[in-house]
Design a binder for this molecule. Structure first.
Ligand SMILES: [Zn+2]
Length: 224
């Protein structure tokens, strides 16, 4: 009986997460973070990773289209092919406590990824991503090489940029992973805006200033 109840609870959670995945995917399009089929989102339920399929525009995506793979990438749910960027999603789940991953080709973030190896510290919200956001060196999409570069850029962070490609963030919920992507894109836009004023250079925060904010954010999180 207990086992049946656990199965029923897991099924109910899966149904809820499928709907959340569709809602999050649509949000990335509505907020301009993704154009066409260029992003993907996933969430982990136990040892199952639910992920958006490859090549289906988000306006046509329904919860039934969501695919499921195990942590080795073997497909266990759905008839469509999982996103080709699955290796990055799986690498995050295998090495962190992530429960959700959002990947986009957001325009300002991708622009910054072509200019610098790390997003300059223009705003203290970098602390919400664990510190200065690094850029993972370029590798072909969908490859283990890209997943490896991404993991190194993610060390101690919950988000990174992918050179000449886009963004990747993770969180304990889809909302948190999504919010981190939105914050990252906003910070990249801020830096591009500030650094494009002719003859002037934006002031930057120090690592110590950022660490102080990180401390505050942690206390704030604990109080809630
Ligand atoms: Zn991509």
């Amino acid at each position: 009986m207990a086992e049946q109840r656990r199965d029923a609870e897991r099924d109910a959670e899966q149904v809820r997460i499928r709907a959340e995945l569709v809602a999050t995917a649509r949000r990335t399009v509505a907020d301009g973070l993704v154009v066409g089929t260029s992003g993907n989102v996933s969430a982990r339920v136990g040892d199952l990773v639910l992920v958006t399929p490859s090549g289906l525009p988000y306006d046509r995506l329904t919860p039934d289209h969501i695919t499921g793979v195990d942590l080795t990438g073997r497909q266990v749910l759905g008839t469509l092919v999982p996103t080709s960027e699955l290796p990055m999603h799986l690498a995050v789940y295998r090495t962190t406590d992530a429960r959700a991953v959002v990947h986009t080709h957001a325009v300002h973030a991708t622009a910054v990824s072509t200019l610098v190896p790390e997003l300059p510290l223009v705003h203290y919200m970098a602390a919400a991503l664990g510190g200065p956001v690094r850029v993972a060196p370029y590798a072909t999409y969908g490859t283990d090489e890209l997943a490896g570069n991404m993991l190194r850029a993610l060390a101690g962070r919950s988000g990174c940029l992918l050179q000449n490609h886009g963004t990747l963030t993770y969180g304990t919920t889809l909302d948190q992973a999504y919010d981190r992507t939105a914050q990252l894109e906003w910070m990249c836009r801020l830096w591009l805006t500030a650094s494009s004023v002719p003859g002037l250079t934006p002031s930057l925060l120090t690592e110590a200033q950022l660490a102080e904010v990180g401390e505050r954010l942690r206390e704030y999180g604990q109080r809630r």
